[in-house]
Design a protein around this ligand. Structure first.
Ligand code: GTP
Length: 246
């Protein structure tokens, strides 16, 4: 089973990769780890495949590039090797129960760069986990944004993607769950929004049941391991029941 953790900078991808991996190992599974972040200095897990063996963003910065330029350039340099990486990940998949992929710190590097898109084309059965943290959920339209973003990742990378609220130990989740677990409730609430964005979100959310299977949202904490059993179940169901994640 290949799981790719995708999310904005700081959403918790690396910590979750390490902690969920430990959890799986403690439960008797063999786990391989893939680091795709050229900009990370220290990892809390030992990667079996690591893009930094080929290039790091900081060595490119030492050559004079700025931080964003260095990151983009690092993935430009990795594009010719994308098939090698796919082959190495496939090998890991052949000998481990789980392969956990920790994607680049900046999500756009993965979603907008040829390297990320081409790499995931090789793994259409992988499961994407889109991590978003509670602080982005401030108003009803934000919930619609988060749910749609999971679908956008699916569209872009061609992999089933489940939305996952990360760092739930930092927020009171009950209120957030009302919106995330019940699209009808969210849609009804959005109908009351007077703004243009409210109308847009209302229309988008009204189409969600038609556009997407009723995927459940995961609630995860890499600190307390809350939700890890659910993530394991969702991964199992993805692989064993052909993508029915209701
Ligand atoms: P970059 O790759 O560096 O962009 O970030 P990332 O998405 O890999 O996030 P990372 O795992 O580095 O976590 C960012 C910060 O959030 C760190 O300070 C983590 O300790 C913290 N963090 C990650 N997961 C959790 C969590 O479940 N709960 C809490 N409270 N903090 C978390």
């Amino acid at each position: 089973m290949i799981l790719a953790f995708i999310g904005t900078a700081g959403s918790g991808k690396t910590t979750l990769t390490a902690e969920f991996g430990k959890y799986l190992e403690e439960n008797g599974y063999s786990v391989s780890y893939v680091n795709l972040d050229t900009g990370v200095r220290k990892l809390p897990y030992r990667p079996d495949v690591d893009v930094r063996d080929d290039v790091t963003a900081w060595e490119l910065m030492e050559e004079g590039l700025g931080p964003n330029g260095a990151i983009v350039r690092s993935y430009d340099l990795l594009v010719p090797k994308v098939n090698d990486y796919a082959e190495r990940i496939r090998e890991l998949d052949g000998r481990s129960d789980y392969v956990l992929i920790d994607t680049p710190g900046q999500m756009e590097t993965f979603l907008f760069h040829e390297f990320g898109v081409k790499l995931m084309e090789a793994f259409p059965d992988a499961l994407g986990v889109y991590l978003f943290s509670p602080e982005i959920l401030r108003k009803p339209t934000d919930f619609c944004f988060a749910l749609f973003f999971g679908l956008m990742i699916d569209l872009r990378l061609g992999i089933t993607t489940v939305p996952a609220l990360s760092k739930i130990d930092t927020a009171s989740v009950d209120e957030l769950r009302k919106y995330l677990d019940d699209v009808e409730y969210l849609t009804a609430r959005l109908k009351l929004e007077p703004s243009t964005q409210g109308l847009l979100a209302y229309k988008l959310c009204s189409t969600l049941p038609e556009l997407a299977p009723p995927t459940r949202v995961l609630y995860l904490s890499a600190k307390t391991r809350e939700g890890f059993d659910e993530l394991e179940t969702v991964a199992y169901e993805h692989y064993c029941t052909c993508g029915d994640l209701t």
